[in-house]
Design a protein around this ligand. Structure first.
Ligand code: NAD
Length: 259
């Protein structure tokens, strides 16, 4: 059994992972970590800090908050515990804390833990390779009204995929457009647009537009189980991997498909 320390356990993703663990054999939740203000009263197995619980051989799974993610990464490195990290919106210092931890322990970090988005990213590469370079790219993402960051980490990853294919000078992101006389669309611009409202779990569309035709590559997450099962596949990978910073592609390539 792989012992998990679940950080952000009372949140939307924390609850989804709790459900997934009940369905997938091979994992035991050793501790549920939450901010003191959000701890469920009277429940056993919950704590406000991973410091008291995390040990070598554990896998910490966190969908929480950028500051909590960075602190946890440092703790994982000190204790010899693996890390599966899903929080988006990290600043440069927080990102560096995760990278530093990955020099000492196995870390899987992904902007999106769904298998469908991994395939969307591959399909985007195939489309960019096949299409004329002048086709415009726009990315539209939709999320629920409580999402803390914008654009989504997945939208940034998709924009980064376009930049790595076309070159950074030919793929300049523009976050929202207008209002006013914005003028003709510059060549190489990538529009990134964030829609917020209701209870959308996660919807990413990449629009590729040419002369008189366009196509759309789109992934819609209908349920957080799509992310939770990917995170558990990543936890299984981390439990057997050496130090390094890995992505979901590494997990899939190693034959750990989401159950
Ligand atoms: P949420 O707000 O529902 O849950 C976050 C939880 O973390 C909350 O319960 C909060 O109290 C807790 N938390 C905050 N600081 C903490 C700390 N210091 N210690 C312990 N717990 C702490 O949010 P969510 O929808 O579950 O998303 C969480 C993060 O995961 C966001 O950054 C989101 O963008 C990201 N996310 C990533 C993926 C992916 O596939 N990578 C999928 C969904 C969400």
């Amino acid at each position: 059994m792989i012992p998990l320390v679940l950080v952000g356990a009372a949140g939307r993703m924390g609850r989804a992972i709790e459900l997934a663990v009940a369905e997938v054999p091979g994992f035991v939740i050793k501790a549920r970590v939450e901010r003191a203000a959000s701890l469920p009263g009277g429940a056993a197995g919950w704590c406000a800090d991973a410091v008291a619980m995390l040990a070598a051989g554990d896998v910490a799974v966190e969908f929480s908050d950028p500051a909590a993610c960075a602190a946890l990464a440092t703790l994982c490195a000190e204790r010899g515990a693996g890390l599966v990290s899903g929080t988006s919106g990290l600043d440069a210092a927080q990102d560096e804390a995760v990278r530093a931890a990955a020099r000492r322990v196995a870390v899987v970090r992904a902007a999106n833990f769904s298998v469908g988005v991994a395939v969307l990213r591959r399909a985007l590469q195939a489309a960019l390779e096949a299409l004329p370079p002048g086709w415009d790219v726009e990315i539209v993402e939709r999320h629920h009204r409580r999402k803390a960051d914008s654009p989504s980490g997945t939208a940034l990853a998709l924009a980064g995929d376009v930049a790595s294919r076309r070159g950074a000078e030919n793929a300049v992101p523009l976050f929202g457009r207008g209002p006013g006389r914005t003028g003709p669309r510059p060549v190489g611009e990538i529009g990134v647009h964030s829609v917020r409202g209701g209870t959308w779990v996660g919807d990413h569309a990449v629009l590729l537009a040419g002369e008189g035709e366009w196509l759309e590559l789109r992934h819609v997450a209908q349920d957080r189980q799509a992310f939770a099962h990917g995170a558990l596949a990543a936890a299984r990978f981390v439990a057997g991997a050496g130090p390094g910073l890995y992505g979901l592609e590494d997990v899939l390539a190693a034959g750990h498909p989401a159950p």
